[in-house]
Every structure is written in structure tokens, then in C-alpha cells.
Design a protein around this ligand. Sequence first.
Ligand SMILES: Nc1nc2c(ncn2[C@@H]2O[C@H](COP(=O)(O)OP(=O)(O)OP(=O)(O)O)[C@@H](O)[C@H]2O)c(=O)[nH]1
Length: 363
Amino acid sequence: MRAIIIGIGQCGTKIADLFALVDFETLAINTSKGDLEYLKHIPPERRVLIGESLTGGKGVNANPLLGREAMKRDLQIVMRKIGSIIGYEDVDVFFLTFGFGGGTGAGGTPVLAQALKEEYPDSLVVAIGALPLREEGIRPTINAAITIDKLSKIADSIIAIDNNKMKESGDDITKAYERINYTIVERIASLLALVDVPGEQTLDASDLKFVLKAFGSFSTIGYAKADANKLKSLSRLIMKSFENEGLYLDANIESALYGLVAIHGPPELLKATEIFEALDYLTNKIRGKQIFRGFYPDPREREVEVVTLLSGIYESKSIEEIVLTAKRYAQSFMRAKKEAEAKKKKLLSGLPDFDDIYPGGEE
Ligand SMILES: Nc1nc2c(ncn2[C@@H]2O[C@H](COP(=O)(O)OP(=O)(O)OP(=O)(O)O)[C@@H](O)[C@H]2O)c(=O)[nH]1
């Protein structure tokens, strides 16, 4: 299974940087030179500054029009860089990490996603984006809603992470982002690490690709972990991984089409009856009724870890709130603009031109 992680913008490159720390192939793309320099683990030759002629390397200040233009202008450089990383071996999935609320990520990601789909039609393009916090105001919400709409027509899946759900009250924002990013990478890396690994029942790259090829709908990844000597019920732990508190998006999992569950832990604890009890429950719960499963008994392991990927989700409160707020705002903004234009027109109508008032200059 070959995955390439491409971070776009500040949030996206910080997340990609953590993936680099755990040895994934990564690329960082940003309009801000300073933010690119700040990365710790992605090597300098895997960092691409875009839109320098547009922004002077200073970022786009949450303006997705500039983010889009920056990516368009330097798309050839970006695609050449991606081509040089790929070489001759196929890529199964491109994961694009970004923040939905900013300018570089929100504007640039759909442009890159489209180019990747055209150039690598056999690879999946999966967007992993952080949704803005409510307190950030209306602009990030609008950026997010419009980018969700665009990506839903291009990407195979959108793994949306709701910062509101993941932020704990009292968290300072930098710490909160660090923790959220770490959680995202831990979950996705744990899942990818189990694909193609020999186990009692193995998940392979084609299972994961099947689940992620979900028509531009939403996906979410759940997670639960317990100390082997403290585990009371494995089926309860598995169910916890796809209950609301285990997921990082408010989503109605009953609306999911596909699921994939990977369970890793000491062999004596991976009891088939308990696993099947939980997986039957999940299979009956989701609309698509298809669950892929992988069990990985590992005698060295002292923890039981469950990663659950649910895809084909069309009902999510987190997404609905953003889209409806953006739509309400856009409608009232356009109404206000129309009223202001009508007022201006009324106020200015009936004014003469200069030559109606002043004597002509040709006399
Ligand atoms: N989870 C998470 N979200 C983040 C992080 N940094 C920013 N965000 C969110 O992402 C959005 C801003 O995106 P950024 O990546 O900072 O912006 P950008 O794409 O670099 O675009 P510009 O800064 O406008 O050039 C906001 O809505 C934040 O809530 C982060 O490290 N982790």
C-alpha cells in the first residue's frame, strides 16, 4: 500500500510534518515561506512555495481566491515535484491535508485534487481537512462550505475533522491544534500501518481503496484503545470506536455505506465471539451493510487498539451546520448588497451631467 501525504497551507503542512515524523512519504505546499521554514520533519527539498509572484511568500490571509490562483500559477512545478517523488511505482492514495477555513488550503486543495485525478486516474484522492472553530467567525465558515462543495465533486472521500468536537474546553489553541493533529495522524497512521500486514484476517490495499472510493462523500475514523490487563469487554471497546465520542466528526453513522475495522492486540484477547458480536452490530447499523475486517494478533502487544473507518456518510451535523450557516450568510449578504445597490441607484438617479449645468467649452 503506497500513500503519499500532501499538506497544503499552514494547518495541512503541520499535519503532513507529523506524518513525515512517522516515516510517510510527504510533500509540503504553502504560499507562506515562513510557515514552510518552520516545519521540522519534511526535508527542505520536499517543500514547495507557491504563488510567490502573487504574495511575495507572505501567505494569502484567508483569501481562497488568492490560494486558488497561487496553486494554478505554480501547478506545473507542484506536479513535476510529485512526479519525481512517485517515480515508477504506483500510488494507491494521495491524502491531501489542509484547513478548510484558511486561504491557501481552501483555495488550493481543489485545484491540486483535480490535477491529481487527471494525471493519476488509478490513484485515489482523499481530502483530510480540519473544519473551522465556531468562534473564528463567518469567513472561515464560508471558505469551508464552498471548499466542501468543490471537493465533493472531485475527491473520492472527504475525511473532515471537526476542530469544535476535538477541542477540549479550556485548551489553549496552539496546544489544542497540536493535540488534534497528533490524534489525526495517530489514527490514520495506525490504520495504514495495518494494511497489507499479515494477520489472522488481513486488510489489503484494495479493501481500503474500496471503502475510500465513496463518490466524494464524507468519511470518519474512529478509534479506541485499552490496556490489555484492564480490558473488560472487547466487543464494548470495538463499539466505543464508532460511538460518537470515538469519532472526530458529528456524523450519523447509520447513513454510512461502508466500514472497515482493524483490531490489533495480544492473541488471547482477540476473541472471535466478541469481535463478531460487535461487527454484526455495526453491519446491521450502517445503511450499506458492508464491513471489511482485519484482526492482527500480536503476542508482543500490551494494548488492544481498534481503528474504524466509516465512509459514504451523507449526514453530518458538523458539515450541515457549516453549510447552512454559510448559505444563510451568503443569502443575507447578497440581499443587503442588492438593497444597497438599489438605494444607491435611487439616490443618484435624476442627477444631470456636467454639460447640463455648465456652459459648453466650445463657445
Ligand atoms: N486541526 C488543526 N486545525 C488548524 C491548524 N491550524 C489552523 N487550523 C484551522 O485551519 C484554518 C486555517 O487554515 P490555515 O492552514 O491556517 O490557512 P492556510 O491554508 O495556510 O491559508 P492562509 O493562512 O490564509 O494563507 C482555521 O479554520 C483553523 O481552525 C492546526 O494545526 N490543526
